[in-house]
Design a protein around this ligand. Sequence first.
Ligand code: HEC
Ligand code: HEC
Ligand code: HEC
Ligand code: HEC
Ligand code: HEC
Ligand code: HEC
Ligand code: HEC
Ligand code: HEC
Ligand code: HEC
Length: 340
Amino acid sequence: MCTRDRHLYQACLILMVILAWISGCTALKKSNPILPIREYEKLIVGDLNADYVGTQNCLAACHTHDKLKLFFDASTMGAQLRKESGMPLVDCESCHGPGSLAIQGLTPEQVAENLKQGIRTTCNFKSLINLKTLPATAQSLICLKCHTANATFNLHNWNAGIHAINEISCFNCHDIHAGPDLKVTPRDTGMLCLRCHQDVQAQFSLPSHHPLKEGRVYCVDCHNPHGGFAEHSLLRDTVKETCVQCHPDKRGPFLYGHADVAENCVTCHSPHGSVNSKLLNAREPFLCLQCHGGHRLNQEDGGSITAERARALYTRCTDCHSRIHGSDVPSASGAGRFIQ
Ligand code: HEC
Ligand code: HEC
Ligand code: HEC
Ligand code: HEC
Ligand code: HEC
Ligand code: HEC
Ligand code: HEC
Ligand code: HEC
Ligand code: HEC
């Protein structure tokens, strides 16, 4: 019936577009439900009938958490437990929620008695917040209670960052109980990041690659894992700024620059790795021929081009145009052709 007259046809079309749009939306919503922030806040309050009892009471009767406690005390967060530090106190309940119900009825005597009969006592941990099953946003909110953008400057862009949006939480990268050092060292980031970014791992295995495996470059030299203003969560505002941290000779400005092409290094280079030498996106001369017509050979040679010379012109342009990133020296014609 949609074909019967034009107006009806148009109406049908619009209806179909709207339906397609709505179904698209619901599909998005299902895979990635974003709730109002108060819903996540409710999830991290803990059991409303429980009270905060303090780390000493939590752990007095129980020795199974000794190692956790030792690690934690030795960490930066644990150091805040020292009253004289004057810093906010962080204890077990800051993250796990109020613990009175978890230890209700547990006394050191009873735990010792159980042990004599070979029974290992556990606290009623189900009354604590089940950190593992919380939605990612709620998990992060636990940390963000204290690590506000003001307190932890590099989290300024967290909420708008690609990781937060894709439901990656602080827990995915920071293992609170792995050891006394809460910091992720740059050296650790390789394995950490590649766990999820396997396509990137493949790129770093190509014949020409930044020396990540060799331990000379790290993901966090170029990316901010907490998100940033720049595209691809780059550490600096632009690709060029990111690269010239370590390649300052490419910064310029040059008297003869390669137009604004050189502003974006990834026009010619693959930052992680490439099958071509020098991380190039394409082999020479094809790289250059994407933008430049074939060389106008006979201008400066007066037409005396041998077959061999012509071939040379078409293999490695940078044999002659060696200052490809820019030069301060004019070429023979007085123009800037990156010859020297
Ligand atoms: C900064 C937040 C934070 C603090 C403070 C904290 N924890 Fe945890 N704890 C976590 C997170 C996050 C997990 C694990 C979630 C996961 O595995 O995904 C966890 C897991 C645990 C587990 C389960 C370990 C396992 O292998 O399943 C125990 C037990 C525990 N914590 C005890 C403690 C004790 C005792 C303290 C105080 C000394 C403490 N936690 C302080 C965040 C914290
Ligand atoms: C109750 C407040 C509080 C909570 C909740 C909290 N932190 Fe902390 N955290 C601190 C304080 C205070 C410090 C030490 C001062 C600092 O470095 O900012 C700290 C330090 C750290 C450090 C080490 C920084 C360094 O320079 O060594 C990391 C990493 C960290 N926290 C991660 C987390 C994660 C991940 C969570 C959530 C699981 C979390 N924190 C939850 C208060 C908190
Ligand atoms: C994708 C992995 C990843 C996620 C997710 C992540 N972090 Fe980090 N975080 C890192 C890495 C890597 C470093 C070390 C940064 C560096 O060396 O430049 C770090 C450093 C830190 C530090 C120490 C500050 C410093 O200057 O070293 C704190 C505090 C911290 N993160 C808190 C958090 C909190 C809170 C969250 C969640 C809101 C979070 N992080 C989410 C990877 C992550
Ligand atoms: C030398 C700097 C540098 C290093 C080191 C680096 N990256 Fe990148 N990365 C970039 C640049 C620049 C881009 C943007 C590329 C573009 O615009 O085409 C990018 C893009 C990405 C992207 C999105 C595009 C894609 O290829 O999927 C991901 C994901 C990524 N990097 C992850 C990582 C991880 C994980 C590591 C560490 C194992 C890492 N990067 C190390 C510079 C770097
Ligand atoms: C738990 C899994 C996980 C871990 C660990 C992880 N990422 Fe990601 N990362 C993701 C997801 C999911 C996305 C969004 C989808 C995508 O673009 O691949 C993403 C996106 C990115 C992007 C942006 C890509 C773009 O196109 O803009 C960069 C850059 C990136 N991650 C770098 C890192 C770095 C650096 C680390 C280590 C510090 C890291 N990631 C650790 C899951 C992870
Ligand atoms: C943290 C420092 C660092 C940053 C940032 C960095 N590089 Fe590098 N780059 C290196 C190191 C180290 C090498 C290896 C040099 C060597 O082996 O002599 C290298 C090598 C290269 C090479 C030559 C590869 C070869 O096969 O000889 C190119 C091209 C390159 N980088 C481009 C870039 C680009 C483009 C960016 C920005 C996306 C960038 N670099 C960012 C450290 C860095
Ligand atoms: C127009 C394409 C092009 C652009 C844009 C470009 N490069 Fe290159 N780059 C090349 C070519 C071609 C080579 C290989 C030269 C050779 O083999 O002698 C190279 C080589 C390199 C090298 C290794 C050799 C050396 O000179 O140190 C580094 C490092 C490098 N580029 C960094 C950068 C950085 C950083 C940027 C961005 C500011 C950038 N490149 C932008 C084409 C480009
Ligand atoms: C993404 C496009 C692009 C690529 C790739 C590229 N160039 Fe260029 N190149 C330009 C632009 C744009 C100019 C400025 C043209 C102008 O001012 O007339 C330029 C200028 C030049 C000039 C100076 C020309 C003149 O008239 O002053 C030379 C020489 C040159 N490029 C050589 C190369 C070589 C060699 C390569 C390969 C290594 C290369 N270019 C790769 C876009 C590119
Ligand atoms: C044998 C050395 C040599 C090789 C190889 C070479 N060039 Fe040139 N090129 C020159 C010289 C010399 C000039 C003129 C310089 C002057 O103006 O003084 C020039 C000029 C240019 C110009 C500006 C003049 C014009 O034609 O508009 C461009 C663009 C250029 N070359 C691109 C390329 C490209 C792309 C390649 C590789 C396909 C290449 N060149 C290979 C020597 C070479």
